[in-house]
Design a binder for this molecule. Structure first.
Ligand SMILES: O=P(O)(O)OC[C@H]1O[C@H](OP(=O)(O)OP(=O)(O)O)[C@H](O)[C@@H]1O
Ligand code: HPA
Length: 179
């Protein structure tokens, strides 16, 4: 794995694809066990979560459905603090067991708003599976129920995570190089 550069910023290798896949398999096994006999609805938060959602959803061993919502709050490497719904939900969520799939919980702003919204829609339960979690960046009292990797508060890209729309197609995860 070599360094990569986007918009003049250099990123160094951080988490390998094989390590990511191994962790996704473990989370899928946990979900398979926790939701046995239920038919959960996975809700993928576009855009960043799509590679994680595809791999996680295909690894669970129970009947399940998947749907998508598109939320946006980041510009460059920082949050705007405002979560914009770019594409909404069409499903009736009443009585459903929902598992939100996120690529990252950073300040927690996106997940806090989304989970509150989903609970207000009459869901039976709402849990969050996030590939990455930055506990030291949290601005709200939230925490994923299933976490791939807890990481320090550094900007990362790859495996769905972007810098202004780029780098989502990297198979591995990279972190911004320290100067
Ligand atoms: O915990 P937070 O500080 O709210 O950050 C997490 C959110 O930020 C990213 O989305 P972004 O707005 O960059 O949209 P994207 O998925 O289209 O890249 C990521 O996919 C999460 O949804
Ligand atoms: O570290 C990050 N990288 C890319 N997108 C993000 N959205 C929240 N945090 C991040």
């Amino acid at each position: 794995m070599d360094k990569v550069t986007y918009n003049g910023m250099t990123f160094v290798p951080y988490i390998k694809e094989s390590t990511i896949q191994g962790r996704i398999t473990e989370i899928a096994a946990q979900i398979t066990n926790d939701y046995s006999g239920l038919r959960p609805l996975f809700l993928c938060v576009l855009t960043g979560a799509f590679p994680f959602a595809a791999d996680l959803f295909r690894s669970v061993g129970i009947d399940a459905e998947i749907s998508f919502i598109r939320l946006k709050s980041y510009e460059g490497t920082s949050t705007t603090g405002k979560v914009k719904e770019v594409m909404g939900l069409t499903e009736n969520l009443e009585g459903r067991d929902v598992i939100v799939i996120e690529d990252i919980v950073d300040t927690g702003t996106t997940i806090k708003e989304l989970v509150e919204d989903l609970k207000a829609k009459g869901t039976a339960s709402v849990k969050v599976a996030s590939l990455l979690f930055k506990p030291e960046s949290l601005l709200h009292d939230v925490k994923p129920d299933y976490t791939g990797f807890s990481i320090p508060s550094k900007f990362i890209i790859g495996f769905g995570l972007d810098l202004d729309g780029l780098a989502r197609n990297l198979r591995d995860i990279y972190v911004l190089e320290e100067k």
